[in-house]
Ligand binder design. Structure first.
Ligand SMILES: Cc1cc2nc3c(=O)[nH]c(=O)nc-3n(C[C@H](O)[C@H](O)[C@H](O)COP(=O)(O)O)c2cc1C
Length: 174
């Protein structure tokens, strides 16, 4: 799939088949995530691959919008390391870039995926930390639920010409 097509057709997938994801595809996802741009090229990320059913199913107990993890065969927790990048703002931005790379790579590989927000919700951060034994200098930023899609989601055209400004702020709201 070419890049523009992948960007234009990616949608969140929240229904999954039971079959697991091949190791080679997981490795491609990890490589794609770590290929993201980052401030000062610090690459502050760590990725936790979760495939244990008891762990996946424990997450919706404290994350109301993560119920699809009851059927997703895998998830990847994108975390940032404050010993590598001390600014939490940069960590959040860098890990978000890695997360979007991961979503696009999943789509290209024929997998479904959805971004589940963790940071900055304190309770989610605390509970994920406890569940996955994450040390204090590591911040869990975004979780991605993964699997083969068991639903069809159609592309959505979100282009809004009125949100485009040329050279300086123009149009309504000025
Ligand atoms: C920061 C962030 C947090 C999100 N958190 C959740 C979540 O907790 N649960 C969920 O089902 N979707 C979550 N999403 C997915 C959005 O709901 C989804 O991207 C949005 O509705 C647009 O739909 P699309 O991904 O199909 O294009 C999140 C997306 C982002 C960027």
């Amino acid at each position: 799939m070419d890049t523009i097509k992948a960007i234009m057709t990616r949608r969140s997938i929240r229904r999954f088949e039971q079959r697991g994801i091949e190791d080679s595809k997981i490795e491609t996802l990890l490589r794609a995530a770590m290929q993201a741009p980052s401030g000062h090229n610090h690459q502050p990320w760590h990725l936790i691959v979760i495939t244990e059913r008891t762990i996946l199913s424990a997450i919706p107990e404290f994350h109301a919008y993560a119920k699809m993890l009851h059927e997703a065969p895998a998830a990847i927790m994108v975390c940032g390391d404050t010993r590598i990048e001390e600014s939490i703002e940069y960590i959040n931005t860098d890990c978000s870039a890695a997360t979007e790379n991961l979503l696009l790579a999943a789509h290209d590989l024929g997998l479904g995926a959805v971004w589940l927000g963790i940071y900055p919700r304190e309770r989610r951060v605390q509970e994920i930390r406890r569940l996955l034994d994450i040390p204090h200098h590591i911040i869990p930023i975004a979780l991605v639920a993964l699997g083969y899609a068991a639903e069809d989601m159609h592309p959505e055209d979100r282009f809004r010409p009125e949100r485009v400004h040329r050279n300086r702020w123009t149009g309504a709201g000025s």
